[in-house]
Ligand binder design. Structure first.
Ligand SMILES: Cc1cc2nc3c(=O)[nH]c(=O)nc-3n(C[C@H](O)[C@H](O)[C@H](O)COP(=O)(O)O)c2cc1C
Length: 260
């Protein structure tokens, strides 16, 4: 169905949410590896575009390696590994296991992408070096800071003593850019609302009354949201994004992408 419209088909074996448990898909297919094998075999044999797989790790490394090798044998052209198990849902609580990703990379011939705990460009560099992966994926951080791969980081990840240039970019600029894109490419308002909340989270902590006003709006308009951002700017408490001068070099060495 999607074949004529895309460059490759990615199979989502990574979703750990209840909805995936109920529907028996995503990471719950890890309980039925013969089915996974036949899915990948059938798709890779019958599609004219490559098939890739996004997986989570098993608690035991040998199971993860057997899983990844099976996917490669079944015809996967690329494997993206999220270095957390199906039960490690909270990314803030559980560090991603880069050792497991490295072991998968060492075991496979097809390209491997590393996923988990990529929060700024130093993580991109460290993850590529540590795991040997061919690229990285990032999700949660991009919701708050969509400029991650342009080399920007939030204050949370700014290290003392490092030299950061004055970027002139902050979360509000990104929200304005995001809203313009939404006007051009319409998306449901509930998504706009949730992205604005994520991007302005730092600012709302300083001015919770503005967050409350946003929450009270049962119906949003672009005009209202633009005004809200302007009001935040006037209130002060700018939430800047920081960029190290060396940050941009890494993108040319490794593939970096969003996978949210
Ligand atoms: C909004 C959102 C939706 C996601 N949906 C999926 C999904 O359908 N399938 C999947 O394998 N992972 C999904 N993930 C997980 C991410 O792809 C990623 O594996 C995980 O967040 C770890 O990366 P991170 O540490 O950079 O956040 C989702 C993450 C977010 C934030």
């Amino acid at each position: 169905m999607v074949e004529p419209y895309c460059d490759y088909v990615d199979i989502n074996f990574g979703c750990p949410q209840c909805i995936a448990r109920r529907g028996n898909y995503g990471a719950f297919l890890m309980d039925n590896l013969p089915l996974v094998r036949s899915l990948v075999q059938n798709l890779s044999a019958n599609l004219h575009v490559p098939v890739s797989c996004k997986i989570r790790i098993f608690p035991r490394l040998e199971d993860t390696l057997a899983y990844a090798k099976m996917l490669e044998e079944a015809g996967a052209s690329l494997v993206a590994v999220h270095g957390r198990t199906r039960d490690e849902k909270d990314g803030k609580k559980f560090r991603a296991n880069w050792d497991a990703i490295k072991a998968v990379k060492d075991a496979l011939r097809v390209p491997v992408l590393a996923n988990g705990d990529v929060r700024h460009m130093d993580d991109v560099k460290n993850c590529l070096e540590y795991t040997g992966a061919d690229g990285v994926l990032s999700a949660e951080t991009l919701l708050e800071n969509p400029a991650l791969f342009a080399g920007f980081r939030t204050k949370e990840w700014k290290e003392d003593g490092d030299d950061y240039g004055h970027s002139g970019l902050d979360q509000a600029d990104l929200v304005i850019e995001y809203l313009k894109l939404c006007e051009q490419y319409p998306v449901p308002w509930r998504m706009v609302r949730s992205h604005v909340h994520k991007m302005l989270g730092g600012w709302f902590r300083v001015h919770p009354e503005v967050r409350e006003e946003l929450n009270k709006q049962s119906k949003l308009t672009f005009e209202w949201l633009h005004d809200m951002v302007m009001r935040l700017k006037q209130l002060g408490g700018r939430v800047p994004l920081y960029r190290k001068e060396s940050a941009l070099q890494t993108t040319t060495n490794g593939l970096a992408a969003s996978n949210a």
